[in-house]
Design a protein around this ligand. Sequence first.
Ligand code: FES
Ligand code: FES
Length: 140
Amino acid sequence: PATARFYSDNIVSHYENPRNVGSLDKNDVSVGTGLVGAPACGDVMKLQIKVGDDGRIIESKFKTFGCGSAIASSSVATEWVKGKTVDEVLSIKNSDIAAHLKLPPVKLHCSMLAEDAIRASVADWKAKQAAKSSEEGETA
Ligand code: FES
Ligand code: FES
């Protein structure tokens, strides 16, 4: 069908078989949660990372209430963050995700949601670490 040719194999596989759907415990201090919305369409994406003691992301999950391209973008994002440090993942660009999935121009904001969600999850994780170390400072 025409639509199958329009989308790349990558996006079809991430549509049909999104990776890492689910949730991590948002109260776990090693988990960062990013919740972002797309003003253009109102779609919402939650992306979570679990960071190991060495500062590398060991697990990532997402739940996306949005279009197929947003779900595929989340799926790619959760695959790409694994094994990287919290600072390395900040260089993942929505344009890289869009290129990987061969998203058409009208769907670029869907991949932007994934970039924003990665950044938000890292910011949440960093805020938790800062809160943790100030608590430790007070009790020391
Ligand atoms: Fe899934 Fe590349 S095909 S991340
Ligand atoms: Fe809004 Fe895709 S149409 S995230």
